[in-house]
Ligand binder design. Structure first.
Ligand SMILES: [Zn+2]
Length: 413
């Protein structure tokens, strides 16, 4: 009785009624569903009401659990006699196609997937990973087709490694001051990838864009110049510092090898994070380790100090003074004889103007792409084990794209 009341309250279908409710052996609740008297079935081919041809064996559809108990709807699908379509299975409002899960249950799983990993959800709600994936995929497809992508003025283009670092994905974010979300995911980070984004985005929306933030990756720079030359193109702090950190890591690794050959390997052992962490994130232990390294006057230490110097760049207010600062910093580095850093300095010089664009759009790029990149990495980590691009794409959209939800979802979540 109570179950029927709840079902009629949250999910009433005009052409069907809920019948007997009982416990099945082992726990789950079964609810019979039957056609309302006189209601003719709907043809799944043409969506028109037709006469009954025959009735098939009973099928079960998993519904949203009640009090943590699994619920199944039992229904015998009818076949319709449809002149244009032939003999066809009817379509029912609570499930799609041949699925054994109700649409409500799929949305329910999708909502949980914003908080838990797909395998955890499968375990908790007694279903398969595949079902959770299909449910999230459906929610994402629905959300993407209902999302509003108008009025976007600023985007950030970012790359992220996956498949154990073997390949890249390209992520495009909206980074307007009020709306920050993932809007597009593409495989690889080639020119074709970014062309595919602009093709999807479309001419009108490209014309409305004003700012683009990106990395120094050449394919990106080329395509942005071709497709959105009217935008102010900014190379932001996050991407620049990431390149510098990579260079410093190279210095550290080669110096560590050289030291251990001379039997002084201890000095740089376990130093990687002390060196790579930003000053504000360093622990006391990191500081001690760094002090040791600096005292030994290692090339690694000089690199870290040069990086610390570079941070001052982003405190400038004037574009021209910032430009002078870059020039002076690069000269200092070129004299350092530290090859990976010199390579980095040459890159800075080559992209000087795009870096200085940052000073014209400060509010936009301070840490936004970095924050989104951190969230994307977290999603990738949770999705550890996803083998296909489709699965990772769906997971990223689901957690970062801020997609709209079907209205009815709020009834049970
Ligand atoms: Zn039909």
């Amino acid at each position: 009785m109570l179950v029927k009341t709840i079902l009629n309250h949250i999910e009433k279908h005009s052409s069907f009624v809920y019948g007997a409710v009982r416990f099945r052996e082992g726990g789950p609740i079964e609810v019979e569903v039957r056609p309302r008297r006189g209601a003719r079935p709907v043809c799944s081919g043409c969506s028109r009401r037709r006469s009954v041809y025959d009735t098939m064996a009973q099928r079960e559809f998993q519904f949203v659990p009640l009090w943590g108990i699994a619920v199944f709807l039992l229904y015998s699908m009818r076949r319709v006699n449809c002149r244009p379509c032939g003999v066809r299975v009817e379509s029912v409002p609570w499930a799609e196609g041949k699925r054994r899960t109700t649409i409500s249950f799929e949305w329910f799983l999708a909502i949980w997937a914003k908080r838990l990993s797909w395998s955890e959800i499968a375990q908790i709600f007694g279903t398969s990973w595949e079902t959770v994936f299909r449910s999230v995929e459906r929610a994402v497809d629905w959300g993407r087709s209902h999302a509003d992508y108008s009025g976007i003025e600023a985007i950030g283009i970012d790359e992220i490694q996956w498949k154990f670092g073997q390949t890249y994905l390209t992520l495009v974010y909206q980074i307007d001051v009020n709306v920050r979300r993932l809007i597009w995911v593409g495989e690889e980070r080639t020119r074709q990838t970014l062309h595919a984004f602009f093709d999807w985005f479309g001419a009108d929306r490209i014309a409305a864009l004003r700012f683009i933030c990106s990395d120094m990756w050449k394919a990106y720079l080329t395509v942005i110049r071709q497709r959105a030359a009217h935008c102010l193109h900014i190379l932001d702090r996050f991407h620049i510092v990431a390149h510098l950190s990579k260079a410093i890591d190279k210095v550290r690794a080669s110096e560590a090898r050289a030291l251990s050959k001379r039997g002084r390997g201890e000095l740089l052992k376990h130093s990687r994070w002390a060196i790579l962490r930003r000053p504000e994130n360093r622990t006391e232990k990191d500081d001690l380790k760094l002090a040791d390294i600096v005292r030994a006057n290692l090339r690694t230490a000089r690199s870290v100090l040069l990086r610390e110097d570079l941070y001052a760049l982003w405190t400038y207010h004037s574009r021209s003074w910032a430009g002078k600062f870059i020039d002076a910093w690069c000269r200092k580095v070129m004299r350092s004889r530290i090859e990976p850093l010199k390579k980095f300095a040459r890159m800075l010089r080559n992209h000087r103007e795009l870096i200085l664009n940052w000073f014209q759009a400060k509010a936009l790029s301070s840490g936004i792409v970095e924050g989104l990149n951190g969230k994307a990495k977290l999603t990738m980590k949770r999705a550890y084990g996803f083998r296909t691009f489709r699965a990772i794409e769906v997971a990223l959209y689901h957690t970062l794209a801020d997609l709209p939800l079907l209205d009815t979802v709020h009834k049970f979540c």
